[in-house]
Design a protein around this ligand. Structure first.
Ligand code: ADP
Ligand code: MG
Length: 302
């Protein structure tokens, strides 16, 4: 194997980008940082780079780690994801793949795939109109969590259990042209579980205990390492099996009456809190998985 070329799509000053950069550097690979908002794509005569960012020709990379895909207009998001597809066509190992990112960036899409696979997810309704949202509120038992459909770290997520409040909240959301994403509220002990998966294996797990029903680290939750029981582990692995990803964060909720539900599957999972809780550098594990695969392929070619 010659020297491998790697880049990380994401903000250069972000903790995960730096951590991943260091994991690669410890293995002799110098990775460039590329902002996801500065990709230039060409359909042009040969000789010019097809896709570049910051003066780097992305099509000649061996691997590209996607660490952020910021929201934006519909065309911005599609443009960036299409660039990932094209890079894969050019032979770049994109981590996670464009297909995984597409299927995990949208909470509803993810949940429907899990449900199709027969896995337990909270009863959920998505719709566009106020009257439909009010109907869904009743259908879901009059106690719902209203979530942004694209990831949020718990921000902007509210619990509504009063009909008048539901009407006021939904009216405001409708005026702003939001998609309603409503979920039955599942009573739990202010905690959820994050199982971290690399290459189809659970590499560790943590419990997040919140100050209220939102147990996101970004909302002040405390993290602790846990050994997931067999049921949780099996559920997380089944969920991972739906996506065929290099790495994933699977969020599980256990209700007060002991049932497990899949809450979300994160295709660009962070591991800062996870590393604090478990001592495991998930970036190291991920890089070893990718490099192992590349070297096995190289050996196969000889
Ligand atoms: N249906 C629900 N019932 C009860 N609590 C929920 C429900 N959905 C989410 N939560 C709580 O809110 C947190 C954030 O929800 P999640 O779906 O993981 O979105 P994100 O982490 O992307 O903001 C969860 O960790 C959990 O504590
Ligand atoms: Mg979550």
């Amino acid at each position: 194997m010659g020297t491998l070329r790697a880049a990380i799509l994401g903000r250069g000053d972000g903790w995960h980008v730096r951590s991943l950069h260091d994991s690669l550097a410890r293995r002799g690979i110098e990775a460039a940082y590329l902002p996801s908002t500065r990709i230039v794509s060409r359909c042009a005569p040969s000789g010019t780079p097809l896709i570049e960012s910051g003066g780097i020709e992305l099509g000649s990379l061996d691997m590209l780690f996607v660490r952020s895909l910021p929201g934006g207009s519909l065309e911005q998001v599609i443009y960036r994801v299409d660039a990932l597809h094209r890079l894969q066509d050019l032979g770049v190992r994109v981590i996670n793949s464009a297909a995984v990112i597409e299927r995990t960036v949208d909470k509803l899409f993810t949940l429907c795939l899990l449900e199709k696979a027969g896995l337990p997810v909270p009863a959920t309704v998505a719709c566009e109109k106020l009257d439909q949202a009010m109907e869904a509120f009743e259908e879901l038992g009059g106690d719902v969590v209203v979530k942004p459909i694209f990831g949020s770290e718990g921000r902007g997520m509210i619990r509504v259990s009063d009909t008048d409040l539901a009407y006021r909240v939904f009216s405001a959301l409708e005026q702003q042209h939001y998609i309603f994403y409503l979920q039955e509220f599942l009573p739990h002990a202010n905690r959820d579980y994050r199982l971290f998966i690399v290459d189809g294996k659970v590499i560790g797990a943590m419990r997040r205990t919140g100050r209220n029903w939102k147990s996101n680290v970004a909302q002040g939750a405390q993290v602790a390492q846990v050994e997931p029981d067999r049921a949780m582990k099996a559920l997380a692995l089944e969920a991972a099996g739906v996506f065929d990803a290099d790495y994933l964060g699977v969020d599980l909720l256990r209700t007060v009456d002991g049932r497990n539900f899949l809450l979300e599957v994160n295709g660009i999972p962070g591991w800062r809190g996870f590393q604090k809780a478990t001592g495991i550098d998930a970036g190291d594990v991920l890089v070893d998985h990718i490099l192992g695969e590349i070297s096995r392929k190289a050996v196969g070619r000889v």
